[in-house]
Design a binder for this molecule. Structure first.
Ligand SMILES: [Zn+2]
Length: 418
C-alpha cells in the first residue's frame, strides 16, 4: 500500500509539472505564430508597436512563472523527502502540546516558502514590471506591504490552525463537522470584514469623487434597485499602472471598487460600462454562489481528510516513523493540491460563465455594447493583455473569456437588440 501511495503521489506531481509545461509551450508558440497580426476587431485600437510589446510582456511573464513554479516544485520535494522526517522527529522529541507542534510545523513551512518566493516577487515587481512601464511602487511601500501581509497571514493562519487542532484533540470522532462549522463562519466573517478592515490597511478607499460620474452611476444603479453607496475608488496607482475594477464583500460591506488608474484612463461612458458589468456580478449574486460552492466542497474535503489522516500507510509511504496528525494534514494537502490542479478547468469554466453573464448585464443596463467594447479594448492596451491565447490554455486557466471572444459576444448582442 505504501508503494501505491507513493507512486500515486509521484504520478500526480510529475503529471502536474509536465501538463503545466505543455500548456505554457502551447500558449507561447501560439502567440509567436499568431501574435504579429492585429486582430480585425482591434484595428485602430492597437498598433504594431503595442502588439509586439504584448508578445514580449507575455513571454517574459510566462518564463518567470515557469522558473518560479519549478523552484517551488523542487522545494516541495526537498521538504517532503529531506526536511519532513527530521522536522517531525525533532518536534516529537520536544514533547510540546500538539497545538504548539502544529503552529511550529506549519510556521516553519510558511517561512521557508515565503523566503523562497521573495526574490521572484522582487524580480517581477522591480525588473519585469518596470521594464514595461507598469511598476510605480517604491521599495519602502513594497517592504511595508510585505510586513503587513506577513503579520495578517500569521494571525489568521495561527487562529485557524489552533482551532483545527483543538477540534481534532477534543472531538476526535466529530471534528470534521465542527471544523466545517468553524471554517464556514470564519470565511463568511472574513469576506464581510475584508473590504472594511483588511483592504484599508493597504490602500485608501474613497467614494468616487467625480460628481457628474457619480450622478450617472446613481441612476444606473437605481435601474436595478441598488443604492450607489458602495462605489469606491482606490489608490492603486501608487503600486502600478495596471487598471482594474472588482466587486467584493457581502451583506452591508458589498461594494464595487475601481482603480484610480482605470478612472484616469477611460472615458466616462467606458467607466459606466465597466460599472454596469460589475453591477451584473452583484445582481447575479456571483460571490454568494461561489461561497455556497466553497462551503459544500469544504464539507466533503474535511470528511475525506477525517477518513484518511490517521491511516498509517499515509505516513510510512514517506518514510515517517511518527504519525503526528499535522504531518498527515500536510501530506493530504499535497495530494489535494496536485489533484486540485487538474480540476482547475471546472472552476475556470464557471468563472467564465459569470463573466459572460456580467457582460450581458452591462449590455442590458446601458442599452448598447459600444462603450463596453471600447473599455475592453483600452483595458487590453493598458495592461498589455495577450490577444492570442491558445484555446486549451484558456480552457484550463482563464477566469475571463479571451478579449476577442468577449467583444464578439457583445457585438452579437447589439445585433439582437436592434
Ligand atoms: Zn467581471
Amino acid at each position: 500500500m505504501e508503494k501505491t501511495l507513493l507512486v500515486l503521489f509521484l504520478i500526480l506531481f510529475l503529471g502536474r509539472i509536465i501538463w503545466r509545461y505543455v500548456l505554457q509551450q502551447l500558449n507561447i508558440r501560439h502567440l509567436r505564430s499568431h501574435g504579429k497580426v492585429i486582430p480585425p476587431i482591434f484595428q485602430g485600437a492597437i498598433d504594431e508597436a503595442t502588439l509586439s510589446k504584448i508578445v514580449d510582456y507575455t513571454c517574459d511573464n510566462s518564463r518567470l512563472e515557469t522558473k518560479e513554479d519549478l523552484t517551488e516544485d523542487i522545494l516541495e520535494l526537498a521538504i517532503l523527502f529531506l526536511l519532513l522526517p527530521v522536522l517531525v522527529g525533532k518536534l516529537a522529541g520536544l514533547h510540546l502540546h500538539l497545538i504548539w507542534q502544529i503552529l511550529i510545523f506549519f510556521g516553519a513551512l510558511a517561512v521557508i516558502g515565503g523566503v523562497v518566493g521573495i526574490p521572484f516577487d522582487i524580480y517581477h515587481t522591480f525588473v519585469l514590471e518596470k521594464r514595461y512601464g507598469f511598476s510605480t511602487i517604491t521599495w519602502k511601500l513594497w517592504f511595508t506591504d510585505l510586513v503587513k501581509s506577513v503579520i495578517i497571514s500569521a494571525v489568521l493562519m495561527g487562529l485557524m490552525l489552533s482551532a483545527f487542532m483543538a477540534f481534532i484533540i477534543y472531538l476526535p470522532k466529530s471534528w470534521w463537522f465542527w471544523a466545517w462549522i468553524f471554517f464556514t463562519a470564519f470565511e463568511i466573517l472574513l469576506l464581510w470584514l475584508f473590504p472594511v478592515v483588511i483592504a484599508p490597511l493597504f490602500n485608501k478607499y474613497e467614494p468616487i469623487k467625480d460628481e457628474l460620474l457619480k450622478e450617472k452611476i446613481t441612476s444606473l444603479m437605481a435601474q436595478v434597485g441598488l443604492k450607489a453607496k458602495g462605489i469606491f475608488q482606490v489608490d492603486e496607482g501608487k503600486r502600478s499602472k495596471h487598471t482594474n475594477a472588482y466587486f467584493t464583500g457581502i451583506g452591508k460591506t458589498k461594494r464595487i471598487v475601481l482603480y484610480d488608474t482605470l478612472l484616469a484612463s477611460h472615458s466616462p461612458e467606458e467607466i459606466l460600462a465597466v460599472l454596469a458589468h460589475e453591477i451584473g456580478h452583484w445582481k447575479k449574486k456571483h460571490i454568494l454562489k461561489q461561497l455556497i460552492f466553497m462551503i459544500v466542497a469544504s464539507l466533503v474535503l474535511l470528511y475525506f481528510i477525517y477518513l484518511i489522516v490517521n491511516w498509517p500507510p499515509l505516513y510510512s509511504a514517506f518514510g515517517l516513523k511518527y504519525t503526528p496528525v499535522y504531518a498527515g494534514l500536510f501530506l493530504v494537502s499535497l495530494y489535494l493540491s496536485c489533484a486540485g490542479f487538474f480540476l482547475s478547468p471546472i472552476g475556470a469554466a464557471i468563472m467564465r460563465r459569470y463573466e459572460r453573464e456580467a457582460d450581458k448585464m452591462a449590455h442590458e443596463l446601458t442599452g448598447t455594447s459600444e462603450p463596453m467594447i471600447n473599455a475592453l479594448k483600452r483595458l487590453a492596451k493598458d495592461n498589455l493583455s495577450n490577444l492570442h491565447p491558445h484555446p486549451i490554455y484558456v480552457w484550463f486557466y482563464y477566469s475571463h473569456p479571451p478579449l476577442i471572444e468577449r467583444i464578439e459576444y457583445l457585438r452579437t448582442m447589439d445585433k439582437e437588440y436592434y
